[in-house]
Design a binder for this molecule. Structure first.
Ligand code: BTN
Length: 225
C-alpha cells in the first residue's frame, strides 16, 4: 500500500502488542499476522488465531477520546461494507461484533494506551472449521470459495479512512440501521430485564424497549441470553 506503514508477519503473539510497539516510531501503522499465539479479544478473552483468518491491528498515534468513540462505530460499518461487496449480508451484534445467521464472523477490539489507539480486527475468512466451543462462521463457509486476505484487509482500511471523516451523527445513523434489533435479557442494578434493542444514542447508551412503551438506557449490556 502506497506510503503506508504496513507490516506483515507470519506469526506474532498478538498484532495489538506489535502495533503499540511500532507506534513508538510511526504515526499510523497496519500490522497483519498470518497467525497469533496469544491473540486477545474483549473482556480478557483469548482470540484463537490459526491460519486462514484476517488478524489485523491498525494503530493511530496521539488521538483524543472522540476519535476512539468514532473508531468504535465506524469499524463494524467498514467491515460490513466489505462483506457486502462479496455479497455477504451480515449484522452488527452489540457493541461491535459481526454475526452472520447467529454465528460470529468478526470480532473488534479497540485498545487505548496514553493517547495511542490500536484497533484490532479478527475476521474469519478462510478457516474451514473452528473449535466446537466456538460459535463461529467464516467467509469461505458462507460462500464456498477461498478469499484473498490481503485484499480484504486493504478494502477495510480504505473504508475506515473514508468513514473517519464522516459526520458522527451520520455514521451513528448508519450504525443503528445495521445493528441486530434483537430481544435481550440483561442485568441492571441486580435486576433482570428483557427488552428489544432500539438504538444506541450519541452517549453510547443503549435504548431498549422493555414493554409498555418503557425505554431503558444502559451503558454496558451484560447479555444473559
Ligand atoms: C472480540 O470479539 O473479543 C475481539 C477480537 C479481536 C481479535 C483481533 S485479531 C487482530 C487483533 N490482535 C489481537 O490480538 N486481537 C485483535
Amino acid at each position: 500500500m502506497n506510503g503506508l506503514n504496513f507490516f506483515k508477519f507470519d506469526i506474532l503473539e498478538s498484532t495489538q502488542d506489535k502495533a503499540f510497539e511500532l507506534l513508538e516510531k510511526f504515526d499510523e501503522i497496519i500490522v497483519i499476522s498470518e497467525k497469533m499465539t496469544k491473540g486477545r479479544g474483549r473482556y480478557g478473552n483469548a482470540w484463537i488465531a490459526d491460519i486462514g483468518g484476517l488478524y489485523m491491528s491498525i494503530g493511530f498515534k496521539n488521538k483524543d477520546i472522540e476519535f476512539s468513540k468514532k473508531i468504535l462505530i465506524i469499524t463494524p460499518i467498514a467491515v460490513l461494507d466489505v462483506l457486502n461487496e462479496y455479497s455477504i449480508l451480515a449484522k452488527i451484534k452489540l457493541p461491535n461484533d459481526i454475526y452472520f445467521e447467529g454465528k460470529k464472523l468478526c470480532g473488534i477490539l479497540v485498545e487505548v494506551k496514553d493517547r495511542d489507539v490500536v484497533l484490532g480486527i479478527g475476521l474469519n475468512v478462510n478457516q474451514l472449521e473452528f473449535p466446537k466451543e466456538i460459535n463461529a462462521i467464516s467467509m469461505v463457509i458462507i460462500k464456498n470459495h477461498v478469499f484473498n486476505i490481503d485484499e480484504i484487509a486493504i478494502k477495510i482500511y480504505k473504508n475506515l479512512k473514508t468513514l473517519i471523516f464522516a459526520d458522527f451523527k451520520h455514521i451513528l445513523k448508519i450504525y443503528n440501521e445495521k445493528i441486530e434489533k434483537e430481544v435481550v435479557k440483561f442485568e441492571y442494578n441486580d435486576k433482570v430485564y428483557v427488552g428489544k434493542i432500539i438504538e444506541v444514542n450519541e452517549n453510547f447508551e443503549l435504548i431498549l424497549d422493555i414493554g409498555k412503551f418503557d425505554i431503558f438506557c444502559i451503558r454496558n449490556l451484560k447479555y444473559l441470553i
